[in-house]
Write a new protein. Structure first.
Length: 202
């Protein structure tokens, strides 16, 4: 039974995932930066992680997956992969963009440690058009939005050094729980070293 549900989850995940090659980091950043209420986070966060597309599918067993990048200002620090496996009622599929603001160096170090996972109580704020946005992260709240991917009010604040916002791309968002999301980070410097570094002049 569990194996069958696993197959269903995988199929749903594949169906809702946008083409990974076409993931547009610039376009996703434009969406988040278009919300003036998020400007305090962009102005004050030490770094942030962006996931253009996170796919989530399931029936009783849910699977989430997304590929992103970690930035400090305009500099790319590295790539990050997010996975999540969860149990409980969660029929259907979802696709959304996610941004995680990291308040300081400690939060960045924790997030990029290779062992970071949101605890079971962690949740995000959903940024929507027109509908009531649901506040989940402690120290933050949101209300109805008037434009794409934005809300009219977001109270500035971090929870344990992080603040998480998601923007639905497809499927109904029944809840904003991010508990159990695990992150695997690879630094840009490590990738350059693995590739052998820049070509030497001949």
């Amino acid at each position: 039974m569990i194996k069958t549900l696993s197959y269903i989850s995988i199929v749903l995940l594949i169906m809702i995932q946008h083409d990974a090659v076409a993931d547009n980091f610039v376009g996703t950043m434009d969406v988040f930066e278009s919300a003036p209420e998020l400007q305090p986070y962009f102005d004050n966060a030490f770094a942030y992680a962006v996931f253009p597309t996170v796919g989530k599918g399931g029936f009783a067993l849910g699977i989430s997956h997304g590929k992103g990048r970690v930035y400090q200002g305009d500099q790319v620090l590295g790539d990050v992969v997010m996975t999540e496996l969860s149990l409980g009622f969660q029929f259907g599929g979802q696709a959304f963009s996610e941004i995680i603001f990291l308040q300081d160096q400690r939060a960045l170090d924790e997030f990029t440690s290779g062992r970071f996972e949101f605890d079971a109580s962690a949740s995000a704020i959903i940024l929507t058009f027109g509908a009531q946005a649901r506040a989940g992260t402690d120290g933050a709240s949101a209300s109805s939005g008037m434009g794409p991917a934005s809300t009219r009010q977001v109270e500035y604040g971090f929870n344990k050094g992080m603040a998480v916002f998601i923007h639905p791309l497809g499927g109904l968002m029944y809840e904003a729980s991010i508990g159990g999301q695990k992150f695997s980070f690879s630094s840009a410097e490590a990738e350059i070293a693995t590739d052998g570094g820049p070509d030497e002049a001949t």
